[in-house]
Each structure stands twice: as C-alpha cells, then as structure tokens.
Design a protein around this ligand. Structure first.
Ligand code: DON
Length: 563
C-alpha cells in the first residue's frame, strides 16, 4: 500500500510537471482584447485604453508613443512603419508611413568618386536619415478610425518620459554596446551616453522627449512636422551634414494602400503591399509551401528546412529584382502573387539538393546588425485588429538624437540600393527599382499580417528582423496552421532563414542538431548560426473564440496581456 501510494505521488509529480510545461506553452489569454508588444509598459498602456472603451486604433496611438519612450532602440517618432488593419465588419486596409528620401537626396549619394559605396555613410549619422513617417502614420490612423481624444491617448507616454522608468537588463546591454556610435554620431552628449555604463533598473528620465510629445499631443501631426520640432530637426540636420529640410517635413504624408492578399490552405492572408516587399514575398512563400506540401514534414526536419530554403531563395531573388516604391516604378505585384507565375517559379525545386544562388549580384557583408525593429499586435472588444511594424532600421537608427527634442532619427536610407549589387546592412540586395530618388520610399521587409479563416479573424502576426521578418512570419503562420502549435509555441519555436544572397541558411541556436546541419551541408547548403531570429508578437483567435497572445519573451522583454 505504502509502495503504491509513493508510486501514485511520483505519478502526480510527473503529471504536474508535464502540465506545467504545457501551460507555459500557451500565451496570455483574453476573452475580449489583447495587446502584444516589445515592452510590458507599452502593452499595459495600450490595454488600459481598451479597458476604458477605446478601440485598436486608440490603443495603437498610446502603445506607439509609449514604445518611443520605453523602447528607444526601435520604438520611435523619428522612424516609420506600416499598419495592416481589419475592422470588425471585415474591411481591410493598410497604411504606409514609411520614411522618404529627402528632396536633396540623389542616386549616388553614398558612393565615392570611383563609384564605390562609402562604408557606414548610409548607416551612421545625419546623412543616413530618411524623412520620418511615424507621427503622420499614427495621426492618420487615429483621424480615420480613432474614437478617443488624441491628447488623452498621447499623455501616458508624456508622463512616463517625464517621470522616468527603469530600464531592463536587455536595454542596458544594448545601450552599452552602442556607446561608441552615440558619441560618433552626436556633437553633444545626449542622455544615452553614460560613461559609467548602463545597468538594469537605472531610471531614465527624458524631459526633452516629454516636451516633444506634448507638442504632438497639442497639435497632432503638425506638432512634429511644423513649428518647433520641425525646426529642431532641420537645425540638427544642418549641424550634422544631413539633408532633411523643413520642406521635407512639411510635405510628408502617410498613404493608404491596397493590401496584398493571398491564400494558404483555406485561410486568407492579408499583408503589406509595396514599398514593403513583405506581403508579396510572404504570399509567394506560402504558395510555394502549399505546392510542395511543406507542412506535411515535421517542424524543423531536414526536408522542411531544405524546402523552405529553396522557396525563400527564389522569392528573395524576385524581391531583389522587382520590389521598390510603387509611386516611382511599376512593381509587378499581381504577377508575383499569381498562382500561374508561382506554379512555374517553384516547379524545379529538387527535394534532395540545394540550388546555388545565381551570381547575379556580387558581394557579401560581414556585419549583420542586431535584430531591432518592433512589432505590436492589438485586438479590441469590438473585434477590430491591427498589426503594426515600425522601425528606426538599425538599433537606435542613425544614433543621432535630435538636440533639444530628445528622440532618435532613423537610418532607413540604408534600405535603398546604394549601388546595384551592393548589399545593405542585412546583406540583402535590391535593384534599380530601389535606387535612391528624392521623395521616394525605400523597400522594406516589414510584414505586418492578418490571417482570416472562413471570413473571421484568425491571427495577427509580425516581427522585427530585417529580411528575417518575412521568413519568421512565414514560419509562424505555418507553425499554427500546419503544426497545430499554440500562438506562444509558434512564436517561441526556433527559426531558420534564407535570403538568396548571401547564399546560406541562417540557423537559430537550437533550431537544428549538428547532424541535421551536416546533412543539409551534404545537400549543398551553407549554414551560418545566429543567436536569435525574429521577435514575433502575435495574437491567435482560438477555436473556442478566445484570444491567445504570443509574446516573444524568450528573445526579448516582449509581453502579452489581455482581458
Ligand atoms: O524595413 C526594413 O525592412 C528594415 N528597415 C527593418 C529593420 C529591422 O527589422 C531591424 N531589425 N530587426
């Protein structure tokens, strides 16, 4: 009897452990609303707006400006981004608030007299900055769909900027890593420079940013693009040899675009259209996946990783050649997402051998900037959904902090093709459709995406990560639809990535075993390790109609909460 009961206790302990594991793999749950973002303070601020009866657009205003305060490396007012939305009556739309090249920009501005690309010129300092789009974008979203008072929605960010907040260990480490760049890019000492080094728990007070946000609170878009803040930006540009003028700022406008849509195994996929390459590439990849029954192979098995790499290679080659700003070049979107085109495009994939990426463009990059853009997903009690990906491009963008205004400016100009064949900071190559021209928008990989099933909302997905954005969103969708993962598992699952050039599969630590990687090498693949791929923050409508938030807390400080 004694023996039996101890066996029973052991069984109980084991089953508790198993349950514990299972429970950990399900994200935050909500019955009506959910916010998932890169920082708990931003998630909670957005959720508070929903609790007070605001909709996703109201919550996005608060979350966005809060991220600009508490997540300075990527949350921003000096950058740009894209929003994909779905209202509760099934209307879908997308908003482009991507940065633009300044009026004084020119095609060869990052080349020397011999036509060589000048290292770092499009990445560090004033000359790398594109005309910011974020404030215009968030303002436009609110103008069209917001229900709560704009000023009340901006105020929480002002309060945190003014009173201060404690930085996380991750933020401290990233700030410390970039000290040299902050010193190089600024002619004065902005708050980010700290000779003693940053540590977790340090209080960051940003009074200048609070003042800038209060201009935005009081005057909306004009509080940024006109008046004192515009003047501060223009002066900062003059001091540091940047190109953005007051005219650039005043003429900036966010643009509504038609989302690209596709299907995957009975689901409708709604994603960002050009100038982002994300939606087109995602839809192409999903078509390749369906055609080759990718989802029938176990997650991260050799056939799955091989097939994904082959599909991604072909799609990124298309991206390099065709994608650009649709206001400046004809982008063959309809063809690229058509089944006729993709059936032929993916027809020659060899299941047992890697194809060598064609040597159309030469060039490899040594440095891959760490993964910092940011994505947030929100669903409200009315059934509206929004996916927003926003960025300064690299960590803390150009590293320039506008003097007196306290915010970082982007280094998005690096996303243009500085010269045909020259890779950007992510090693990614684009062609003449993405050459620099005044007022043009640079190609992006950002892929805010909404998935529907049977005409109802199913998933809200997105991530940072440069080109790995597209492949991380691709894998996250497949993880849920084919591998039946919870939202949290799909987010946490280890990722791989191929982008045609450089010709290698990036493998996240822990995604594959050594013998799997050896086998892939035998098939002709090159393998390179990365400590992290993607940082997806997503929402799933579960089969019983609840909301599961998957926050990428294993790769960052990301946090989901619902009610
Ligand atoms: O628009 C793009 O594709 C890039 N500027 C995104 C940069 C990014 O995701 C940085 N890191 N995670």
């Amino acid at each position: 009897m004694k023996k039996l009961s101890s066996i029973f206790i052991i069984f109980l302990l084991i089953s508790c452990q198993v349950n514990e594991e299972v429970r950990e793999q399900v994200g935050a749950m909500g019955d009506e609303a959910m916010v998932v973002s890169a920082h708990p303070i931003a998630t909670k601020a957005g959720l508070e707006i929903l609790r007070k009866g605001g909709n996703v657009f109201d919550a996005a205003v608060t979350t966005h400006f809060m991220l600009a305060v508490v997540y300075p490396r990527a949350g921003n007012i000096g950058g740009g981004g894209f929003a994909v939305i779905r209202t509760n009556d099934g209307e879908t739309a997308c908003l482009d608030f991507r940065e633009k090249a300044p009026l004084r920009a020119s095609e060869k501005m990052y080349q020397d007299q011999n036509g060589e690309v000048i290292p770092q010129k499009s990445q560090l300092g004033h000359y790398a900055v594109g005309v910011p789009g974020s404030v215009a974008g968030i303002w436009e979203l609110h103008q069209k769909y917001g229900t709560k008072d704009w000023g009340l929605l901006v105020q929480p960010a002002i309060d945190v900027a003014f009173d201060g907040f404690a930085i996380t260990a991750d933020e401290a480490a990233t700030l410390n890593e970039k000290q040299g760049d902050f010193i190089a890019a600024n002619h004065y000492r902005p708050w980010v420079i700290n000779d003693d080094g940053w540590k977790a728990g340090d209080l960051v007070i940003q009074k200048q940013l609070a003042a800038t946000l209060s201009f935005i609170r009081d005057s909306g878009k004009d509080g940024f693009y006109k008046g004192i803040v515009a003047d501060q930006i223009a002066k900062e540009m003059l001091r540091g040899g940047g190109l953005i003028s007051e005219q650039d700022l005043e003429s900036y406008e966010a643009k509504w675009r038609t989302p690209v849509t596709g299907s995957y195994k009975g689901h409708k996929v709604i994603s960002m259209s050009p100038p982002s390459s994300g939606g087109v590439a995602l839809i192409q990849m999903l078509q390749g996946a369906e055609m080759h029954s990718l989802g029938d192979h176990p997650h991260n098995s050799i056939p799955a990783v091989h097939l994904m790499a082959e599909i991604e290679r072909l799609v990124f080659a298309d991206r390099a050649r065709h994608l650009g700003d649709p206001d400046f070049a004809d982008i063959p979107v309809a063809t690229l997402i058509s089944t006729d085109y993709n059936t032929i495009r993916f027809s020659n994939i060899n299941p047992s051998k890697a194809t060598a990426s064609q040597e159309v463009f030469a060039g490899e990059v040594e440095l891959v900037e760490s993964m910092e853009t940011t994505h947030y997903s929100i669903v409200d009690p009315f059934g509206n959904a929004i996916a927003i990906t926003t960025t300064l491009n690299g960590n803390y963008g150009s590293k320039v902090v506008v003097e007196g205004a306290g915010f970082f400016l982007n280094n998005e100009m690096d996303d243009f093709s500085s010269k045909p064949g020259a890779p950007d900071m992510f090693g990614s190559i684009t062609g003449k459709n993405n050459a620099i021209a005044p007022q043009k928008r640079m190609v992006s990989s950002m892929t805010p995406t909404i998935v529907e099933k049977d005409g109802a909302l199913k998933m809200v997905v997105g991530t940072p990560g440069g080109p790995t954005i597209i492949t991380s969103v691709f894998q996250t969708i497949i993880n849920v639809i084919d591998h039946d993962m919870s939202m949290q598992d799909a987010v946490t699952a280890k990722k791989t990535h191929h982008q045609w050039q450089p010709d290698r599969i990036l493998v996240e630590e822990g995604a594959l075993t050594t013998s799997q990687m050896d086998e892939l090498k035998d098939m002709g693949h090159n393998i390179e390790m990365r400590d992290k791929i993607g940082r997806t923050d997503c929402i799933l409508v579960t089969n019983d109609g609840r909301l599961e938030g998957g926050a990428d807390y294993t790769r960052g400080d990301d946090y989901a909460e619902g009610f």
